[in-house]
Design a protein around this ligand. Structure first.
Ligand SMILES: *Cc1c(COP(=O)(O)O)cnc(C)c1O
Length: 386
């Protein structure tokens, strides 16, 4: 299908593809496929290498990101791990953000400790610091994450790609927080996009999954070969569930964002709140870049209540917001980064990353915005009384 917008084409991925005429693509659970004769495989042979259910999701992700091909993995980290094992070796330098997602940081840290690559961390939102970092040790792979977690720092993907390409590096963007609805990194010069589809793409907090989308066919094929070699590819049922979630991605993202803007407004007007981080705010340091490179500001919001006690009082009796890690589901979640998502960092590392004891991070869900605002306001009122 070549006509229609990328959204329409992704939305229709696999529809009416079944020879039996089912409108929605069937779920193929078979682990293996019969050969027609010796040396005559059909289109599929063994489901780890490829299977029709995963192909539908790969097609939709490729279309949404505007790439040449995609690999669907069993988790977001499976996608990042596939990239690391395909594109770099022991003599190659990888640059990741100093405030990378904890699992990403641990993956690259362990691979470097075990001699698989050389690791450098750098503040990729600071282009002068990044240029100095690239000059000191030219990288083969640069891994950006924008907006970042939990302070929603914005990296200028076009400027970073131009800088990295001058050193011949491959640029990867983790697009988990925006989804392809709000940001398409390949349009800003990046070479690869990675997703934890566990988050917004599936969107219902009931599947773990990941995806890599490549700008060119040769890299997509190399990544697919290595994902199969490493055993990182996703199971059919997970891919089918994720595709079911993806069909409503755009309306969900729009409602997530509209609810988030209501939450941001309630937070900025409340005396218990010392600071709010959301790229929609004109005083957010990345606001101008976000306006340029994103089509929406997203639904992750962080705010500081000053002390751990105030943060505790705010979250303890919330009715419509669960105290939990992860993000991007239909249900609202709140996390305390210092003790939860970023709890493995040392207090010094937390302080360097700007993570304070009063900081809370909210993944704004799809409940009625009025209910979320009332619930959160009651929590903020409790925080003022501690
Ligand atoms: C969750 C997450 C990951 C890791 O994905 P998993 O599916 O949990 O393996 C990577 N990057 C970001 C930004 C994430 O939020």
């Amino acid at each position: 299908m070549t006509s229609g917008t990328p959204h329409t084409r992704a939305h229709r991925a696999g529809v009416e593809s079944d020879p039996l005429g089912s409108v929605m693509p069937p779920l193929h659970l078979s682990a293996n496929y019969a050969f027609r004769g010796l040396g005559e495989p059909g289109p599929y042979d063994y489901a780890r290498a490829s299977n029709p259910t995963r192909d539908v999701l790969a097609e939709a992700m490729t279309t949404l990101e505007g790439g040449a091909g995609a690999v669907i993995t069993g988790s977001g980290l499976g996608a990042i791990s596939t990239i690391a094992h395909t594109l770099v070796g022991p003599d190659d330098t990888v640059v990741i953000p100093h405030d990378a997602y904890g699992g990403t940081w641990r993956l690259f840290d362990q691979l470097s400790r075990r001699g698989h690559l050389r690791l450098v961390t750098c503040d990729l939102t600071d282009l002068d610091a990044t240029a100095a970092c690239f000059d000191a040790e030219p990288p083969q792979l640069v891994f950006a994450e924008t907006p970042s977690n939990p302070l929603l720092r914005i990296t200028d993907l076009r400027a970073l790609s131009d800088l990295a390409h001058r050193h011949g590096a491959t640029v990867v963007a983790d697009n988990t927080f925006c989804s392809p609805v709000f940001q398409r990194p390949l349009e800003h010069g990046c070479d690869l996009v990675v997703h934890s589809t566990t988050k917004y793409v599936n969107g219902h907090s009931d599947v773990l999954g990941g995806a890599v989308v490549a700008k060119d066919v040769a890299t997509a094929e190399d990544l697919a070969f290595m994902a199969n070699t490493l055993g990182h590819t996703a199971g059919s049922f997970d891919a089918w569930m994720t595709m079911r979630g993806l069909r409503t991605l755009r309306p969900r993202m729009r409602q997530h964002e509209s609810n988030a803007l209501a939450v941001v407004e309630a937070l900025t007007g409340h005396p218990a709140v010392e600071q709010v981080w959301h790229p929609s705010l004109p005083d957010h340091p990345g606001h101008e870049i976000a306006r340029r490179q994103q089509e929406g500001f997203g639904a992750m919001v962080s705010f500081d209540l000053g002390t751990r006690e105030a943060a505790g009082a705010c979250v303890e009796k919330l009715q419509f917001v669960s105290l939990a890690e992860s993000l991007g589901g239909t249900e609202s979640l709140i996390a305390h980064p210092v003790s939860m998502t970023h709890g493995a960092m040392t207090p010094e590392a937390q302080a360097a990353a700007g993570l304070t004891p009063g900081l809370l991070r909210m993944s704004v869900g799809l409940e009625d915005a009025d209910d979320l605002v009332a619930d959160l306001t009651a929590g903020l009122d409790r925080a003022t009384r501690v």
